[in-house]
Design a protein. Sequence first.
Length: 257
Amino acid sequence: MNVWSNVFGQKQVWTGWLSLGSPAIAEITAASGGFDCLVVDDQHGMLDNNVLDQFRAIDAGSKGKTVVLARVHSNHPPAIHKLLDSGAKGIICPMINSAKEAEGFVKECLFPPLGNRSYGPNRTKFGYSGESGPFAFASYANQNVVKLAMIETKCAFTDIDNILKVQHLDGVFVGPNDLSLAMGFDTMPSPSAIESESTKCVLNILHNARLWKKKVGIWSPDSETALGWKSLGFDFVVAGCDSGWFNDGLKGKGIQK
């Protein structure tokens, strides 16, 4: 897991999720120092084409200490390339249904000869100070771009072993809401209910990822749930999102009647 170690080290990664599309909120969140990583959501988030502003705000707020990942809106090559060129240190790709789709996703994150990523790292190359040479950055990027395939469909769950076998895929990221719906469960996965069928499904993914020596992450609505998943061994745990924090903060301060 050289890529993961290069970006995150060996620790479990405590992560926040940004969906409101506000650079100000992104900067404040990064400046709080509470997260190892922040994910900018280009799938369900309200970004309005301001992804670059979000990345800049996170870099400014954390003084470059917080790792920035992005969830791309779909498994679409130009979209993946653009997010990486804009400064994402890695990509979470939604709706991966098979090993073939995972292979395609990984190739778009990597420059040739390993993949198909088009060469144009206009912003990300500015901060590069490694080896010189016309394509030295390409080699560096191939060793440092985190690639996580979302497991959130019944097809993906069925093909999980083959997905985990995909070369250069760093790990998988569980989308518990969609996975529960897809599998026909009437309860959400919870680390406090490990005997429920929905949670067993999630833990099966964790077990298989361990067998293939791949990292595994999961989304959570709050820090309490995230701590539960972390205690069970997940490597990359999301502790809620900006919209949820804002809503909870308003209620917690008694602003609503």
